[in-house]
Design a binder for this molecule. Structure first.
Ligand code: ATP
Length: 264
């Protein structure tokens, strides 16, 4: 289970540019559930994922993952618990290293051993099998540098990487936004099968209302660093994109002029 209690993140505190990115966010996510996160630009979505990943430590509040208090633990100390896939296919993997080396690094996340044992024969076969399962032909390119792959291929490998260290939490930060529609669809299918198979607790940030409703079982909306909407169950099942926008307007009492929210 993930638990976020009264989390506050303020950037540039005490300066003219001070910005409260998260304003006392509270959230509990059951183990194995898939939550989609929407909200206009600057709402605090990436900041929330960063707080869960440990890239940003909140100034107030508490974060618990799988019963462990990780509030003050930086990324490296929760690496075995949380995996993240970014919008930019170049982020989250190492371009100059081969596919195989990237997989080995991902496998070692959160473990206290050198890289050597992770590239032994058995492990190599396992990595190759996992990449072959993508059906992109990348199993024949295991020694190729990651930066030779297309954006979609790289996101597919990144998703496999996210599953290798046994992390229980998967954070997806607009991970299909930079892909063409066909590849985005493929990556979402892959995401769903990985999440279902590995039973990872998943949070997916998206600007697509369609994606937000089509995937997962719960949708939260952030605005101004606060959760302004949290829908699941029957009230979400028959919800349409238009309903979501109407709810947003009702809650905030303002018009929604962010076209990005309507995409998809
Ligand atoms: N490192 C930082 N330094 C200063 N301000 C920041 C920093 N990171 C984020 N912010 C600000 O905090 C607010 C929340 O940013 P965040 O990236 O979480 O929004 P978001 O909902 O992910 O937006 P987008 O959809 O545009 O990616 C924004 O006003 C942003 O400019």
């Amino acid at each position: 289970m993930i638990s976020v209690e009264k989390c506050k993140v303020v950037f540039g505190r005490g300066t003219p540019l001070e910005k409260t990115a998260l304003n006392g966010v509270g959230l509990t996510i059951d183990t194995g559930s898939f939550v989609t996160v929407i909200g206009s630009n600057g709402a605090g979505k990436s900041t929330l994922l960063s707080v869960l990943a440990g890239d940003i430590l909140p100034s107030e509040g508490k974060v618990t993952i799988g019963g462990q208090d990780v509030t003050r633990k930086p990324t490296a100390r929760r690496a075995g618990l949380v995996a993240r896939v970014f919008q930019d296919p170049l982020a989250g993997s190492c371009g100059p290293l081969s596919i195989e080396e990237n997989l080995a690094l991902a496998y070692m996340r959160g473990k206290r051993r050198g890289l050597g044992p992770s590239l032994g024969g058995k492990r190599r076969d396992y990595f190759r099998d996992r990449i072959a399962a993508l059906k992109l032909g990348l199993e024949n390119r295991m020694a190729d540098r990651m930066d030779l792959l297309s954006g979609g291929q790289r996101q597919a490998v990144s998703l496999v990487m996210a599953t290798l260290s046994g992390s229980e939490v998967l954070l997806l930060d607009e991970h299909t936004a930079a892909l063409d529609p066909g590849m985005a669809e493929f990556i979402m299918e892959l995401t769903q099968s990985i999440v279902a198979e590995r039973k990872m607790t998943t949070m997916m940030v998206t600007h697509s209302m369609r994606q937000a409703l089509d995937f997962g079982s719960r949708t939260i909306m952030l605005h101004g660093g606060e959760i302004v909407l949290d829908v699941a169950g029957d009230s979400r099942k028959d919800m349409q994109v238009e309903d979501l926008i109407a709810m947003f307007r009702k809650i905030r009492g303002q018009t929604l002029d962010d076209d990005a929210l309507l995409i998809g």
